[in-house]
Write a protein that binds this ligand. Structure first.
Ligand code: CAA
Length: 307
């Protein structure tokens, strides 16, 4: 099934409209919320930072405007999608956003304690049947579920950047995630027009583990002066038909995100994931990639420019 961002996604059969709450409105949270709302789900966004969730709704509005301009959606679809979205922030915002939700998708930074702090207090308003989804790229679903006290309905729902475009959702099964939860997660992902794969809960799952190692090696090659960033990328784009090279992709994902994954995988798996020095120093310098305007490239009007 195509994951064309311009299409309202439906699986065969009657459409199911759920209440979805997305916690955290960074690049991933905003993109996931867009996909959910375009697929017919009532979607609430929460961010702890005042004004950030409403900015994300505005950002989705701008994305939909582009799709409208390209003739990929109608004005009515845009209008209906916007009507399904709402934003919350502040001390009671998360509770309001979660009350009565069928599915919550946590998309806050990669820090287990932060995820526990965000989700823990919400369990009482979420109700006993709500699916607890996390967009973590590498942290343990088993640990998150166990420490929340709801291991059977905690599941990894790992989306890819940019979520409206990328077709995959990695559905990660923790040690005690129930079969019913996995089925619900698969139905949900298919209903978004995505293709899910089911992966056992191991550090880095199936995708991050492979993806980050390529990025890591590209950074080491840059450190060694093997070639310029553009030529390393061009090699993988033209020689291996990757849609974008590993350094450009690191810029797109965020250098801070990649560093957090690598630190975690080094601890869990071993030294082959040890982050290159260049990555840590660029993160310290605030050069986080596309979102800050500079990483391995400068980003001008959303496009990478060689440095
Ligand atoms: N939101 C919505 N739509 C977007 C978008 C965004 N942020 N970025 C691009 N698009 C759409 C464009 O509007 C365009 O749509 P049309 O064809 O309808 O016009 C389409 O995607 C292609 O975009 P462009 O023509 O601008 O550029 P492109 O052809 O180079 O594609 C790309 C851009 C889709 C990002 C492509 O380069 C790509 O697939 N790159 C690899 C992305 C990838 O590997 N992602 C996974 C990262 S790892 C991850 O996310 C997991 C993790 O845990 C860290």
């Amino acid at each position: 099934m195509s994951a064309d961002p311009g299409k309202t996604r439906r699986v065969a059969g009657p459409p199911v409209s759920l209440h979805v709450t997305v916690l955290g409105t960074g690049t991933m949270g905003q993109g996931i919320a867009q996909v959910c709302a375009q697929s017919g789900h009532t979607t609430r966004l929460f961010d702890v930072a005042e004004g950030r969730a409403s900015a994300a709704v505005k950002g989705i509005g701008a994305q939909l405007e582009k799709l409208l301009g390209k003739g990929k959606i109608t004005g009515d679809e845009r209008h209906q999608t916007m009507n399904r979205l709402s934003a919350a922030s502040g001390p009671t915002g998360a509770r309001d956003a979660c009350s009565g939700a069928d599915i919550v998708i946590e998309a806050v930074p990669e820090d287990m304690q932060l995820k526990l702090d965000v989700l823990g207090p919400l369990l009482e308003v979420l109700g006993p049947h709500a699916l607890i989804g996390t967009n973590t790229s590498s942290l343990s679903i088993t640990e998150l579920g166990a420490r929340l006290g709801v291991p059977e309905r905690t599941v990894g729902l790992h989306f890819f950047n940019p979520p409206p475009v990328m077709e995959l959702v990695e559905v990660v099964r923790g040690l005690s995630t129930s079969d019913a939860t996995i089925e619900r997660a698969l139905d949900f992902a298919r209903g978004l027009g995505k293709t899910p794969i089911v992966v056992r809960d191991v550090p880095g799952f199936a995708t991050s583990r492979l993806g980050v190692i390529l990025g890591c090696e590209a950074m080491r090659m840059l450190e060694m002066g093997v070639a310029s960033a553009e030529d390393i990328d061009r090699g993988m784009e033209l020689g291996y038909r990757h849609p974008m090279g590993p350094l450009k992709l690191t810029d797109l994902v965020g250098l801070d995100v990649r560093l957090a994954i690598l630190d975690h995988l080094t601890k869990e798996i071993g030294d082959q994931f040890r982050p290159p020095a260049i990555l840590r120093s660029m993160v310290r310098a605030g050069k986080l990639g596309k979102k800050t305007g500079e990483g391995f490239y400068k980003w001008v009007d959303g496009q990478p420019v060689a440095k």
